[in-house]
Ligand binder design. Structure first.
Ligand SMILES: N[C@@H](CCC(=O)N[C@@H](CS)C(=O)NCC(=O)O)C(=O)O
Length: 132
């Protein structure tokens, strides 16, 4: 029975994956525009962030949309196809759950932020209006 469920959900995911990827491409929100100086500052700050995620996870799509809206070039790390990234997430954050935002502060201290709503709130507070 467990075996059947696993294959059922795997098939559903395979069928839905292209639809989700296409829908993400077609429904991208407009990106905010900043002055070149402000964007350069944002780009620099984004170098200390990384998003652990995978392509067809709906919660990851939600965060990637927000990143696009806020014009944030945050590195994406694929936990579905890259075993090293998956292990990093498990050992660093404590769970293999995505999306997870890795935040490294100036002293090198690393924070692992789970939950798409919390990540979007954090990105919006840090890079929203104040940094336009
Ligand atoms: N409430 C979470 C849900 C995230 C979630 O369920 N992610 C799935 C992939 S789509 C996952 O990583 N599941 C593995 C797990 O929960 O251990 C959010 O909004 O980020």
């Amino acid at each position: 029975m467990k075996f059947l469920f696993r294959y059922f959900f795997r098939t559903v995911r395979l069928v839905l994956a292209p639809v989700m990827i296409l829908s993400e491409k077609l429904n991208k929100p407009e990106s905010i525009e900043r002055s070149p100086e402000a964007q350069a500052e944002v780009d620099a700050q984004c170098r200390s962030l990384a998003l652990y995620q995978f392509k067809t996870c709906p919660f990851c799509i939600k965060v990637r949309r927000e990143m696009h809206r806020l014009a944030l070039p945050i590195e994406l790390r694929d936990t579905q196809h890259d075993q090293a990234r998956r292990t990093e997430l498990e050992q660093g954050g404590g769970r293999v759950k995505v999306p997870c935002l890795q935040i490294t502060d100036d002293s090198g201290k690393v924070e692992w932020m789970y939950e798409s709503d919390a990540i979007n709130r954090y990105l919006d507070q840090r890079f929203g209006q104040a940094m336009v």
